[in-house]
Design a protein around this ligand. Structure first.
Ligand SMILES: Nc1ncnc2c1ncn2[C@@H]1O[C@H](COP(=O)(O)OP(=O)(O)OP(=O)(O)O)[C@@H](O)[C@H]1O
Length: 239
């Protein structure tokens, strides 16, 4: 269970995140949406203790993420390319992760087998450094890296961005499979309302750092979200 209490992030006088309370139970697939600058990445970065909140707490299984380390063992994440190691090849990168997470060579081969279709023969065997991969292939590598080591919670920031349509569908299948087989909690931010609605049981929308929608996904949700963002697009900004 991830629990957020009285969370605020302020830069100078500018409050960019203000979440009085939010609980995400184990195994929930949680979609986070919101326009540019709404606070999605800020929230993920606070959850992962990459930045500190100005006020409030985030706990994972009752452990304050800013004060404990245990949650790191079962939390996978991919926020951006800085999570990768550009001077390694993909093979070297996964060997490194396997060592960190205590996977044998066979464990690693079995793990990577699930991503064979997603990788589409473009990741391995090309003697390319990660820094030279395309944006989409870097994304595939990062998302795969977030799933190594049997995490029980996974945070992915914009996992579908830069992926071709076939890869988007393949990734959705992988996420659904992980959720079904391993009861993994997924926190996924996305600008793609179709994808995020399809893979989430619950969707939270942020606007200017505040939760303005918290929906259990049903057959009406996508329409509701489209109407909401369409309404925003029709709003005339008066300076
Ligand atoms: N270091 C910083 N200093 C000042 N303001 C910051 C800093 N980091 C983030 N912000 C501000 O916090 C707000 C939220 O940004 P954030 O990146 O979390 O939004 P987002 O919802 O992820 O946006 P996007 O969809 O564009 O990725 C923005 O207004 C941003 O300018």
């Amino acid at each position: 269970m991830l629990s957020i209490s009285n969370l605020k992030k302020t830069y100078k006088e500018n409050t960019v995140l203000n979440i009085p309370g939010l609980e995400i139970p184990q195994g929930q697939s949680f979609g986070l949406i919101g326009n540019n600058g709404a606070g999605k990445t800020t929230l993920f970065r606070i959850i992962l203790d990459l930045i500190r909140a100005t006020e409030g707490t985030v706990t994972i299984d009752n452990q304050d993420v800013s004060k404990t380390e245990d949650w790191k063992k079962f939390t996978g994440s991919f926020i951006d390319e800085k999570f990768l190691i550009g001077y390694l090849t993909p093979e070297e990168y996964f060997n490194f992760l396997a060592e960190v997470y205590g996977l044998s060579k066979v464990d690693l081969e079995n793990f990577l087998q699930q991503f064979k279709e997603l990788f589409n023969d473009e990741i391995f065997g090309h003697k390319k450094y990660i820094r030279d991969l395309s944006k989409g292939n870097k994304k595939k590598l990062g998302v795969t890296g977030a799933l190594i080591g049997s995490p029980s919670m996974v945070l992915l920031d914009e996992p579908f961005e830069n992926l071709d349509p076939t890869s988007q569908i393949r990734l959705k299948k992988i996420i659904a499979q992980y959720k079904k087989d391993k009861n993994v909690t997924f926190l996924i931010s996305s600008h793609d309302l179709n994808h995020v609605t399809e893979i989430s049981e619950r969707i939270v929308a942020l606007e200017k750092g505040e939760i303005i929608k918290d929906l259990s996904v049903n057959e009406r949700t996508l329409e509701e979200l489209n109407e909401y963002f369409q309404g925003n697009a029709n709003t005339v900004v008066v300076e």
